[in-house]
Design a protein around this ligand. Structure first.
Ligand code: LLP
Length: 424
């Protein structure tokens, strides 16, 4: 907070609102760069930087400017669709540093990724392995493969974003992985390269990830003893971030240390697939209070952002800190507002359309609010529900603001639709 209200780097959020309107996602280039550096530094501290690759999980935020920034920093990418493959290539990412995850890759997507020359497919089932082998044969290539194993470890996070338990749809069951590796090793169009594991997202305790790493390493050693030597170990993403002031998250060095110390003396290359921890705290959603609606039981502040712009509160009951931007010349009589508990809600016609419950704020209509830590799974999950154009996105770099996605226009929303032909 500077005089004159909240800033991102050297730019006042009031200026961003004036220039680009609201709702608007605002990212900080310096914060993105620092988050990436935290991983690099942690790897360096364990002597692992030279033989590791940080593959940014594109699904967290797939804006081309963000992908391009990470590509420039040397990152690889973890993709889950042909669309994400196309984005990485359009953003100047190196296809040779892409890993392709996901339980349901189509043959089309496999072909596109083989033709682009990606680093590795993270295969999640016996069937997928056979499909990939056929597709690779049909285009005359060998597909580089890791098996994504499911270690049956409880990541202790929200059930919708837990992926490493037995009952999840993800990965090859741990007990079946050895046999599937043997099968993979016999397929002429498959090149066995590595192993992969991702147990869930927003993990705050490093112990489950370390336990999963132990299981993975034991399997790697067992495979080596059977003559299947793997080149790389991919330990997925999942590191949590701080969403609320009273709930601190571990620093990257601290969270990664138990995993890295297990990898330090080994020969395999190491990979990670972080999404949220690279972008989450580097972005916010800027919104304006449209209407204040005092009620008998609750006071509502209706803002111009909604669940379609930031779905996390509605979907996971997720908490995002919300701050008044302040010093906004368009707000009426800021000094007179009384601090009270507000439900911060959007204009969408659903009671699940909220951005925050029970927030103590002194508000006036016209005030700007910043929904914090919204850089990950914010814009990436936004929709056009209620025919609402998706927000603009800007990236702050020092005192400069770059528009990195224009606000959608209402006419764009139905450009692909047509009315029925007239009868008769
Ligand atoms: N690798 C794989 C195979 C994944 O499925 C994911 C996330 C990641 C890496 C990146 O995980 P991260 O480092 O971001 O935790 N929409 C939810 C999160 C869904 C995560 C899906 N998979 C949310 O807003 O919390």
């Amino acid at each position: 907070m500077h005089d004159g209200g909240l800033h991102v780097e050297g730019v006042a959020l009031t200026d961003v609102a004036t220039r680009f309107g609201t709702p608007c996602y605002v990212y900080s280039r310096a914060a993105l760069t620092m988050a990436y550096a935290a991983y690099r530094d942690a790897l360096q501290a364990h002597g692992l930087a030279e033989r590791s690759l940080i593959c940014y999980a594109v699904k967290a935020n797939s804006n081309l400017a963000i992908l391009n920034l990470f590509a420039e920093l040397g990152a690889g990418f973890d993709i889950v669709s042909g669309g994400e493959l196309a984005r990485v290539i359009a953003a100047g990412g190196d296809p040779g540093k892409i890993v392709f995850s996901g339980v349901g890759k189509s043959r089309e997507e496999m072909r596109a990724a083989l033709e682009a020359g990606i680093h590795c497919f993270n295969v999640e089932s016996a069937s997928e392995l056979e499909h990939l082998s056929e597709v690779a044969g049909s285009v005359g290539r060998r597909a580089p493969v890791s098996l994504r194993v499911n270690p049956d470890v409880d990541p202790k996070t929200h059930p919708y974003i837990s992926t490493g338990l037995k009952n999840a749809k993800f990965g090859v069951a741990f007990d079946e992985a050895f046999a599937l590796y043997r099968r993979a090793a016999t397929l002429p169009h498959i090149a066995v390269k590595g192993i992969d594991c991702h147990i869930g997202s927003q993990l705050l305790d490093p112990a489950p990830a370390a336990e999963a790493a132990d299981k993975v390493l034991a399997l790697v050693d067992r495979l080596a003893a059977a003559g299947i030597a793997l080149e790389h170990i991919d330990l997925g993403g999942g590191m949590g971030i701080q969403y609320r002031t009273d709930e601190p998250a571990p620093a990257a060095a601290e969270y990664l240390a138990p995993m890295l110390s297990r990898l330090a003396g080994r020969r395999e290359k190491l990979m990670f697939e972080p999404g949220r921890s690279l972008v989450g705290n580097a972005g916010l959603l800027l919104t304006r209070v449209e209407v204040l609606k005092p009620g008998e039981e609750k006071h509502f502040a209706v803002v111009d952002a909604a669940m379609n712009d930031l779905m996390r509160p509605a979907l996971y009951d997720a908490w995002h800190d919300i701050a008044r931007v302040g010093a906004d010349t368009t707000a009426k009589g800021a000094a007179t507002a009384e601090t009270m508990s507000y439900e911060i809600v959007g204009p969408v016609c659903e009671s699940g359309d909220f951005l925050g419950h029970d927030r103590l704020l002194a508000l006036n209509e016209g005030d700007l609010l910043a929904i914090l830590s919204a850089g990950a799974y914010g814009m990436a999950m936004a929709s056009n529900y209620n025919s609402r154009p998706r927000p603009a996105e800007v990236m702050v770099d020092g005192s400069i603001v770059h528009l990195i996605r224009r606000r959608e226009d209402v006419t764009q929303l139905f450009v692909l639709e047509s009315t029925l032909p007239r009868e008769g």
